[in-house]
Design a binder for this molecule. Structure first.
Ligand code: TYM
Length: 329
């Protein structure tokens, strides 16, 4: 089993990233060989300033370490392992325009202005495929929003193996969190919690202080009804459902047991309990993060060490891919 996953280095890590992905990453360190990276090359496809990119790479690495990623995993930034970009170029010969045109993230991010969108935004999922295939990843823990990109990676891997008559790439399996596949915005139950939402009130950042966490939960959108005694009663109540999902995921309990506990109570009672729970889980992560950020050079050194280990694992696969397509290397 080889586990690979990444996170784009823009903005701050939030509760959706934590519950949907990072907590799975931490747990998987027990189970297999893990490589986790900061997708700084992917960040270039958006409008990120050089300063912001530099800071957010270190801050996100520190956040992952604060959340529990340790020496059992290989932690690095994507751009320090050039094999990702080199394999990406080779796989661009395999990926089809039609496949990329169907990607919902591309459609959402480019919007109506396709002519003005960066080429990188379009080929983004090919680099993502290279990220996992260059390590022959077998499992990729991600939130539900990345499932389509992983399916594309499987299609690219299968076509490459067929076209060049090799058995090089295993088809990577997406591992989607059962507890928190898609955490929604605190302001809008139909939009996912996201780094790019202009409203900071829509998300809980892992660097938020206790009062901010409590205030964001208090002001989160909910409804005037009481909590039902079964999760089925949340079906048409997206904001209420999201708050219950967050509670259950943070407490590592089933949503049904949470609604049973609060059945018949309103959000006036539920929200303070959720705020206390969120603070109890997130405050220790934030406190470790604050300590780690006191020594950014040490975090940078960790990343450099990780990159060396990752590069050694990537090299043979890149070479095999180059040979398969006939490059003289
Ligand atoms: P990114 O940076 O948007 O998100 C990082 C991880 O967090 C998950 N996630 C969520 N899960 C639940 N609810 C949410 N609201 C939520 N928001 C984000 C994402 O699914 C993801 O697992 N393209 C990727 C980064 C990437 C990557 C890769 C991932 C680059 N190369 C290779 C896996 C394998 C991205 O932008 O994730």
């Amino acid at each position: 089993m080889r586990v690979v996953s990444g996170i784009q280095t823009t903005g701050n890590l939030h509760l959706g990233n934590y519950l949907g992905a990072i907590r799975q990453w931490v747990a998987m360190q027990e189970q297999g060989e893990c490589l986790f990276f900061l997708a700084d090359l992917h960040a270039l496809t958006g409008n990120v300033s050089p300063q912001e990119l530099a800071n957010s790479t270190i801050e996100m690495a520190a956040t992952l370490m604060a959340a529990g990623i340790d020496d059992r995993a290989i932690l690095f930034n994507q751009s320090r392992v050039p094999a990702h970009a080199e394999l990406c170029w080779i796989l661009q010969g395999t990926a089809r325009m039609g496949w990329l045109n169907r990607m919902t993230q591309w459609k959402d991010k480019a919007g109506k202005n396709r002519e003005g969108a960066s080429v990188g935004l379009f080929t983004y999922p090919v680099l993502q495929a290279a990220d996992v295939l260059v390590y022959k990843a077998t499992h990729v823990p991600v939130g539900e929003d990345q499932k389509q990109h992983l399916e594309l990676a499987r299609d690219i891997a299968a076509k490459f193996n067929t076209d060049f008559e090799v058995d090089l790439f295993p088809l990577p399996e997406p591992l989607i969190s059962k507890a928190a596949p898609r955490i929604m915005s605190l302001r809008d139950g139909s939009a996912k919690m996201s780094k790019s939402d202009p409203s900071d009130m829509s998300r809980i950042n892992l660097i938020d202080d206790d009062d901010t966490i409590a205030a964001k939960i208090k002001k989160s959108k909910s409804d005037a009804d009481l909590l039902p005694d079964s999760v089925d009663g949340l079906a048409e109540r997206p904001e209420a459902k999201n708050l219950v999902t967050i509670y259950a995921a943070l407490a590592e309990r089933e949503p049904q047991s949470v609604v049973e506990e609060y059945a018949g109570k309103g959000f006036g009672a539920f929200k303070p309990a959720l705020a206390d729970l969120a603070v109890s889980v997130l405050a220790p992560v934030r406190d470790r993060l604050t300590q780690l950020l006191d020594d950014r050079a040490a975090v940078g050194a960790q990343l450099a060490k990780g990159a060396e280990r990752a590069a050694a694992l990537a090299a043979p696969t890149l070479k095999a891919a180059q040979q398969a397509v006939g490059l003289q290397v």
